[in-house]
Structures are given as structure tokens and as C-alpha cells.
Ligand binder design. Structure first.
Ligand SMILES: [Zn+2]
Length: 182
């Protein structure tokens, strides 16, 4: 039975709060110039088509930028709230098709957005550097399957109650291993 769309999610969220969210995450200690890093930045009007998008001018190097300059969300026609919702729904593991339905977009639009978001987010996360003592948690190993990947694959393919019980037992058997690097 098809479920009627009662609520359009993006109509419940306003862009002003989304831009506020971006500013808080991007510049928790105040706006900084993305070109030279200086904090001597003056507000310089608002975007022509997105009134909640603040523009700035750097007093040190003269660069002009706005809330989204240099982020994965710059240069796109969708309102910021649609991007934020798309990211939120991606976090809930919805498919592109489901997200498209929720946001009233085409699947191909959502496909482009999700690729953009994934690339943009990974680009801003610095590579992890492990130092000193490193603790690795949440390692699940089924006793008896250690070193037998073929047997594990075979059991996984069965998908019967026994396999489920075994997975549950494995989840209980949480092992914490400690290793030292360097
Ligand atoms: Zn600057």
C-alpha cells in the first residue's frame, strides 16, 4: 500500500539555522579567512540568492569568501537545508532513491549530492596518526572461526537460525586488544 507523503521534510527546516550550524562547525572560535587564516574578517553583505549565506572580506589579504567557500557545499543550487537533510538521511542508511522521495528530488540529483558529500567530508578529515599506546575496541571473532575465512563465508551464506545465534554469541564475545606502535 503506497504511503501518502504527509510532510515535506525540507519545508520544516530553515536555512538560517543550517547556515548557523555550518558556521559553528567550521569556525568554532570565530570566522577565519580560508585563504590566509587570518581572523581579521569583516562581514560583507549577504549572498544574492541565499539571504542567510553571509559574505566576508579578509582585512589581511583582501580575499572575499562566504560561509560555504571551500566546502563541499559551495557552488550548488540546492538550498543548504536540502544538503543538511540529505546528509542526515545518509546517516540513517537510506538509499538514494528513498532520500530522493523524502526530499522531492530525482535519484540522479541525490546520487550527485551523496557523492559530493562523501568526497567533501573525507577531504576535510585529516588522516589519522597513531602514536604511543593505541587501543582497538569492538573486535568480534567467533571462536573456532579464527583463521578459517572459508568456513565463515559458508556459514554466513546459510543465514539460518543457527548462524544468527552464532553471530549473537560472537557479539557478546567482545575482545579488546591493546597494541603499541613505535
Ligand atoms: Zn585572508
Amino acid at each position: 500500500m503506497p504511503s501518502p507523503t504527509l510532510v515535506n521534510l525540507s519545508s520544516l527546516i530553515d536555512d538560517a539555522r543550517c547556515f548557523e550550524l555550518v558556521r559553528q562547525h567550521r569556525w568554532p572560535e570565530g570566522v577565519r579567512c580560508p585563504h590566509c587564516g587570518n581572523a581579521r574578517v569583516a562581514r560583507d553583505g549577504r549572498d544574492d540568492t541565499q539571504p542567510d549565506r553571509q559574505r566576508y572580506r579578509c582585512a589581511a589579504c583582501g580575499a572575499r569568501f562566504d560561509d560555504l567557500t571551500g566546502t563541499a557545499l559551495a557552488g550548488h543550487h540546492q538550498p543548504l537545508r536540502v544538503w543538511v537533510l540529505c546528509l542526515y538521511l545518509m546517516g540513517l542508511n537510506l538509499s538514494n532513491r528513498q532520500i530522493a522521495q523524502e526530499l522531492g528530488l530525482s535519484s540522479s540529483d541525490v546520487q550527485l549530492m551523496s557523492v559530493q558529500l562523501r568526497q567533501g567530508l573525507t577531504a576535510t578529515i585529516p588522516a589519522a596518526r597513531l602514536e604511543g599506546e593505541v587501543e582497538i575496541d569492538e573486535v568480534y571473532v567467533v571462536a573456532g572461526h579464527k583463521g578459517q575465512p572459508a568456513a565463515v563465508a559458508k556459514r554466513g551464506a546459510l543465514g539460518d537460525d543457527g548462524a544468527w545465534r552464532e553471530r549473537r554469541a560472537a557479539a557478546r564475545w567482545t575482545r579488546t586488544s591493546r597494541r603499541s606502535w613505535g
